[in-house]
Ligand binder design. Sequence first.
Ligand code: FES
Ligand code: FES
Length: 187
Amino acid sequence: MPPADPATSSVITLHINGEKYTLPVDHRTTLLDALRERLDLTGTKKGCDHGQCGACTVLVGGRRSVACLQLAVAAEGREVTTIEGVAEGDRLHPVQEAFVELDGYQCGYCTPGQICSALAVLEEHAAGWPSAATEDVRPEAGPPPLTPEEIRERMSGNLCRCGAYVSIVRAVAQAAQRTSGTKETVA
Ligand code: FES
Ligand code: FES
């Protein structure tokens, strides 16, 4: 095998779920392919590979990112969280618990992306970020109630071909209630 061409490849170190991984990558390798094909972290799913479905959602520096549109080299030095890093040992995160308890999935293919996205939704909402569904966006109005409409809008980048949306919205609402103590708004 010919030596790697430094013009088209580099050795990078990725920080994923608290672990360091050093690997050579072609500069065109997406974070998604690095996770799945090189590091065996197959919890992150490939749906469209075009940034349209959200199946590959991970957290990069605490923010949502579709890993199919991010180059692995661009993730170097940033903390990446995938679905494998969400639970603490055998203890599920409240978002994961809510998805299990309320059947927030059918086939489960979109679920890792839905859960990573929901984690960010809760953070973004707690930080007071408005969404397109927020009626009063003035900073002094504070975080809007996490209504089903708010949740649907904030989770709208994650598609589910099984159509488990009703349960997904309920699961996100329950997780929000458990993590913040706010009143659950979904019946
Ligand atoms: S696989 Fe990345 S958005 Fe669909
Ligand atoms: S649970 Fe099957 S695609 Fe969402």
